[in-house]
Design a protein around this ligand. Structure first.
Ligand code: MLT
Ligand code: MN
Ligand code: ZN
Length: 306
């Protein structure tokens, strides 16, 4: 299977339009060795180079599509290589790009859980609005780990696992998360026998997620914050990483500790990186710590083959 990282930043992107934190200011002025990043999205394909599954539709989708010509096979007047769209949650950074795809010649084929569907029809009724354009052909995603297939990716087995994270800030259930608000996707290439675990929002590693991490050959997981108090320490927010559903990388029980339990050959990649995270500064001690632990930081345009 082939994976293209379309957007590797968390909500807001990097640099964030109104942010002058050390990273955002530094990348804007060129005083920091760092690369701009668009918001959270990946594309996955099996054998057919003209058939891709879009995982999450970021508000930066149009720029991302331009940056990846492989997603436009140009076989007819109106065309796309995107045969299915999977949403891991109903967050703004993962769903509002659907508006940019409203010229679709057929209803957008979207897979999401019932909880995400509810948020996208009530709290933030993107699906209702799209009904006035191309419409949405919605398919239920069961967050129970059961195997399913998606159009165009024959040979890949997909599984969605409920993860402890948070529904979007606008969700009526923000303060009472339910299983299925956020999922991790486990994708196995039956021919190569290799598995990707993609979880851009991972607030806690429950036993079934620890098992999925242990099965994977490549983990592409929540790289939002380095510390639990990153936003508080910078005076940018009153919320801790864990309060908004993201497990920090450092500290007790953090993502680096989780990574240390994996088989040495497993590829460990952080994605959905918030603009405040010191790992974006390629000369930072935190980035050196990742390199020493053989942990990679996803970047826009990164290609993974499994
Ligand atoms: C998150 O992942 O916590 C959200 O994307 C934050 C946001 O939408 O601003
Ligand atoms: Mn997000
Ligand atoms: Zn910033």
């Amino acid at each position: 299977m082939k994976i293209r990282i379309l957007g590797s930043a968390a909500g807001g992107g990097f640099p964030q339009w109104n942010c002058n934190c050390r990273n955002c200011h530094g990348v804007r002025t060129g005083s920091l060795r760092a690369t701009p990043r668009t918001q959270s999205s990946i594309a996955v394909s099996a054998r057919d180079p003209a058939a891709w599954v879009l995982v999450n539709a970021s508000p930066d989708i149009l720029a991302q599509l331009k940056a990846h010509p492989v997603l436009q096979p140009a076989r007819q007047a109106r065309d796309t290589a995107i045969g299915a769209i999977v949403l891991v949650d109903a967050q703004i950074d993962h769903s509002t790009g659907l508006f940019m795809l409203r010229e679709s010649t057929r209803p957008l084929p979207v897979w999401c859980t019932d909880h995400a569907f509810e948020d996208l029809t009530k709290g933030n009724p993107i699906f209702g609005v799209l009904g006035h354009y191309c419409g949405v052909d919605r398919h239920a995603l069961q967050p129970d780990g059961g195997a399913f297939e998606l159009p165009g990716t024959q040979g890949l087995t997909w599984r969605a696992h409920a993860v402890t994270s948070r529904p979007a800030p606008y969700s009526p259930h923000r303060e009472s998360p339910q299983p299925g608000d956020n999922v991790a996707l486990e994708i196995t290439d039956e021919a190569s026998g290799r598995t990707l675990l993609y979880a851009p929002g991972l607030g806690e590693v429950e036993p079934h997620i620890a098992d999925a991490l242990a099965r994977a050959d490549c983990v592409l997981v929540d790289g939002t914050f380095w510390t639990d108090t990153e936003m508080i320490d910078l005076g940018l927010s009153k919320k801790r990483a864990r309060d908004i559903g993201h497990l920090p990388q450092s500290g007790p029980g953090g993502m680096l500790e989780q990574f240390a339990r994996l088989r040495p050959a497993v590829r460990r990649i952080l994605i959905h990186v918030n603009n405040t995270n010191p790992i974006l500064d390629e000369d930072s001690p935190e980035r050196a710590q990742l390199a020493a632990a053989r942990v990679e930081v996803a970047y826009d345009g990164m290609e993974i083959e499994l």
